[in-house]
Design a protein around this ligand. Structure first.
Ligand code: ADP
Ligand code: ADP
Length: 220
């Protein structure tokens, strides 16, 4: 069964059609690249999957149910949306400790994920001094905290240096190899072609292509 199932979703903001009848699914054990130019509806789709907004019609399901019906959301879906908005006076680690505490996750898990994203010592500092790349890493740490089988990352490469980009590609592959379903967006096809197993290409809120990378390369 697919881990994420987007079915005939429509979403309009006043005059703007953000998502226009989009359907696709994300399977466990795969990195699915979500590709399209800025404004194509990728972030909106992710927000709809996370229940941060409601579709006008259609539905977005996670493990067969709406996000709002998940009993332990952070343990079931991890997400990086906009680079983590943490209050500048707050220490990165304290933010994660609070997230862990409010979701029944053991404290020791915080140091494990900080280690995993390379922020073990930096996260003891206040978030106000973090670079965009550090904020992305902190957001990724938050997504990993609940050890969820489903993960979504919106433009995770933004603000990362070349080492960071290599790191994130490896992380995405590792998460898929562990059997997790991973949806990752980018406005650049080339950013994900070596990393993704499957590609969902969108433009103006509509599906342009839904293909495995192997299939695509066989045609090229
Ligand atoms: P992408 O993530 O692919 O860049 P978005 O989902 O952010 O695309 O945006 C799709 C379209 O919907 C854009 O035209 C954007 O300006 C519009 N949009 C997204 N969120 C809102 C909102 N909250 N209010 C009004 N328009 C929005
Ligand atoms: P992205 O390209 O990742 O979607 P944006 O900067 O377009 O990032 O959007 C950031 C936030 O602003 C999102 O919550 C989105 O829903 C909202 N947003 C985007 N476009 C508009 C818009 N035209 N009017 C109001 N809110 C918007």
């Amino acid at each position: 069964a697919p881990s994420i199932d987007v079915r005939a979703v429509h979403k309009r903001y006043r005059g703007t059609v953000a998502v226009d009848g989009l359907s696709f699914s994300v399977r466990p054990g795969e990195v699915t690249g979500f590709i399209g130019p800025n404004g194509a509806g990728k972030s909106t789709t992710m927000r709809l999957i996370l229940g941060l907004d409601a579709p006008d019609s259609g539905e977005a399901l996670v493990n067969g149910v709406r996000y709002a019906s998940l009993r332990t959301p952070l343990l079931e879906v991890g997400a990086l949306l906009d680079a983590e908005a943490v209050h500048p006076a707050r220490r990165g680690r304290d933010h994660l400790l609070w997230l862990a505490h409010s979701n029944g996750i053991p404290r020791k898990r915080v140091d494990e994920v900080l280690d995993q994203v390379g922020l073990a010592s930096a996260a003891r500092r206040r978030a106000g001094g973090f670079s965009l790349g550090m904020r992305q890493r902190l957001g990724i740490a938050g997504a990993l905290l609940g050890d969820p089988p489903v993960l979504m990352f919106d433009e995770p490469v933004n603000g990362l240096d070349p080492d960071g980009i290599v790191w994130i590609r490896g992380l995405l592959r590792e998460l898929a190899a562990q059997g997790r379903a991973v949806l990752v967006s980018s406005h650049l096809m080339g950013e994900l072609e070596d990393t993704a197993d499957h590609l969902i290409v969108v433009g103006r809120g509509r599906l342009v292509a839904d293909t495995s990378v192997a299939e695509l390369l066989a045609k090229a």
